[in-house]
Design a protein around this ligand. Sequence first.
Ligand SMILES: [Zn+2]
Length: 619
Amino acid sequence: MTAQNRLTRLFMERRSGAVLVISLVGMTLAVAARAQSIEPVTYAVRFPAPHTHYAVVDASVPTDGRDRVELMMAVWTPGSYLVREFARHVEGLSARSPDGDPLTVAKSRKNRWVVETGGARRIEVSYRVYGREMSVRTNWIESDFAMLNGAPTFLTLADDDTDRPHDVSLELPDGWSRSVTGLTPLTDRGAHTYRAADFDTLVDSPIVVGNPTVYEFTVEGTPHALVNVGESGVWDGPGSAADVEKITEELFRMWGETPYKQYVFLNMITESGGGLEHRNSTLLMTSRWATSARPRYLRWLALVSHEQFHAWNVKQLRPVELGPFDYETEVHTESLWVVEGITSYYADLIVRRADLSTTDEYLEALSRQIRSLQTTPGREVQPVALASYDAWIKYYRADENSPNTSVSYYTKGAVIGFLLDMRIRAATRGLKSLDDVMRLAYERFSGPRGYTPHEFRAVAQEVADENLSDWFAQALDSTEELDYDEALEWLGLEFAGAPDEEESETDPDGWIGLVTRVANGRRLVAQVRRDTPGYSAGFNVGDELLAIGDYRVLPNDWEDRVTQAAPGTDLSVLVSRRGALKRIPVTVGTRPDEQWDLAPIAAASETQESRRESWLMAR
Ligand SMILES: [Zn+2]
């Protein structure tokens, strides 16, 4: 636990007492004085040849008089639960004394280096980092810009449990004008110099360098900026910035508290995807065409809303396991259904409440989550609490069998968020909602300790004023099907089939349930889902689909040829498996009746309509 964390807890415990606030001020000064006395690690980052995708880092590391110091590079980064071995992109590491004398360096672990200091008070360590992975957890460096994350860029003192400041100064190549990050600028030390209060803050603060377009706005006195890299005449900068501002206003309204002093949205318009949350920033990736097409734009708005929601839900209000972090070891938690699932539920809802989507568009987004869950066979195998615990070895290590064996804590967590919201509304006759649960949990469990799975459930139960232990046990700890009846009844909604599915009742399409893809002009089996005709018949992932009966099936004809076969027909499918031909007999089935499109019932009462209104508008 860090001193800053102890202070935060003191604040959380005592914030109601005016007298104690005075002692808090005293503590603040004491802690500030102690932090001053800890010598910082400083980094100078240069890009002498950015087109080769390298950054050069010169780190100056205090030794506190020790004969040898051990340096460490993180193996993972918070918010993304996979050991990524960031040290693999480090090369040419050397160390010298402040006088320039070379020092002996030896590897002591896959991600650690021991330096013999020769008694020097500081050691100067230089290394290169290769960065050419366009993801929100890694680095990208090219001729026009660089995107740096803390974990894959900065090595630090191993086993250092002090609140040691980490200062970064960036040397920009010719033609680059700007650096943007959530870190605090050290303006007296020149441009592009920043301070992280500790290593956690450094890891939690991605940096973008180049010529981004920056749109600044203020919500309730708090400065925000949308930082677009690669806007280039296609992306609608001003329009998107105005919409991000509306999302921010809606989040402020919902939570009623501001968890940061400033916030930056680092939006990489790089034909990639994903987002990662940080304490006062987020790193987003998108296609440049996302502002040109409505469905894509709605997904981008939901991504913005999701990542910013995390500034409250996980960066402040968090499970006990998610901090302080050991950057060299996996941490396991059952609570990612809260962290990611409830955040995913609110992502679309906040977009709706900010009036950036229609009710139909919102119901479609929620229906997509429900359909995705209800058509994943793994929901009958893995409870969502376990999906959360096993994120490191399942969700982040997905393979062709994942849909059969696991469930997404994003998707099932979002659906549970919806059902829990309606459970609370029904239990309190509409007086309370999941919003109240989140606010109360935020008030109680933001701080150094966080919440246990039991404590989060207890807060929901307190707001509902009803025993929810069986409800939670079924939804979170079991693989029983979720019950939608109460939520639909409360809101006056029903599941309707898509129109073409209704028509097909008279003339059902044939279906064998294989998920296929086309690669190099060949139709290949991509997934074999449990309990489908294809699964029973013995198709394998990787089988190339060549012919049905005695007739060749061209790659683009496969779907038509299967759907035109009447259910009950026996087919003989010729496949190529690792180059050997094989015939697989299969009996065509009927596509399961998948009616997961939420729609208002025709005879909804005024009460149901007003409940929908209060859910979707939160006013
Ligand atoms: Zn998330």
